[in-house]
Ligand binder design. Structure first.
Ligand SMILES: Nc1ncnc2c1ncn2[C@@H]1O[C@H](COP(=O)(O)OP(=O)(O)OP(=O)(O)O)[C@@H](O)[C@H]1O
Ligand SMILES: [Mg+2]
Length: 220
């Protein structure tokens, strides 16, 4: 390759091989970037499988595009290829919260920040769909980012918003059991951001979350 030639996408290394997606680091026109290629799952009808895979990757790209327009802290989208179910996005210099949360000096402060971040997402009229500490990244200066919007919804129902909090709550109980009552801080952050008069206002979402929680407890 000559000096003047810059490859469009130059893959460097695979950083995550999940059940459904391969995530790798590389350079996009010479700039550090992340590629995510969604695989077909192989157990559905092949045509339906391909359709669903394409649908999820384009939904993810669409949501990243929308969120960045709202200055939401998430990757910016560089490229979408529905033929091979690939997106290329900016690389965030941060670590999954899953690895950091148990060792932080003051997890309470971070939990309140998470609550604010989740409310910010919901105020963009988007639900996440898989809100675990693997999908929230924390930078060395403790700034938070959200990733992995493959199960997100635009214009979600209040139930989806409540479910985001429920998934987060279950993740905190399962993986961060050393933190006492984490949802207290999350809720404090969540309701501090606003109280717009709508059916999806913060207090209604919190009530729905509590309802879902008791439903889950009751039905096991
Ligand atoms: N834009 C990014 N910047 C930095 N790291 C990233 C970025 N996107 C993904 N990663 C890293 O790769 C990991 C996997 O990415 P992601 O969560 O999007 O895939 P996944 O969990 O396999 O997706 P899915 O659950 O939709 O199948 C993340 O936990 C994170 O460590
Ligand atoms: Mg993920």
């Amino acid at each position: 390759m000559s000096d003047t030639e810059i490859p469009i996408w130059a893959q460097e290394k695979i950083i995550h091989e999940g059940a459904e997606a391969t995530v790798s680091e590389g350079k996009w026109f010479g700039k550090s970037a992340i590629s995510k290629v969604r695989r077909k799952r192989g157990y559905r009808y092949p045509e339906l499988d391909l359709k669903l895979t394409k649908k999820r990757i384009s939904a993810e790209a669409r949501i990243l595009y929308r969120l960045r327009k709202e200055s939401f802290p998430c990757p910016s989208i560089y490229y979408l290829n529905t033929n091979n179910s690939q997106i290329i996005m900016s690389k965030i210099l941060a670590t999954p919260l899953y690895e950091k949360l148990n060792t932080l000096q003051s997890p309470k402060l971070i939990l309140e920040k998470i609550g604010k971040l989740v409310r910010k997402l919901h105020l963009c009229d988007i639900s996440h769909g898989d809100l675990t500490t693997h999908n929230i990244l924390i930078s060395p200066k403790e700034k938070l980012f959200m990733i992995d919007f493959g199960l997100s919804k635009i214009s979600p129902e209040v139930e989806h918003l409540g479910l985001d909090l429920q998934v987060l709550s279950e993740c905190l109980t399962a993986s961060h059991a050393n933190i006492e009552n984490p949802m207290e801080e999350i809720i404090r952050g969540y309701i501090s951001n606003d109280d717009v008069p709508s059916s999806k206002n913060a207090n209604n979402v919190i009530s729905r979350f509590k309802e879902i929680k008791s439903r889950v407890r009751y039905h096991g």
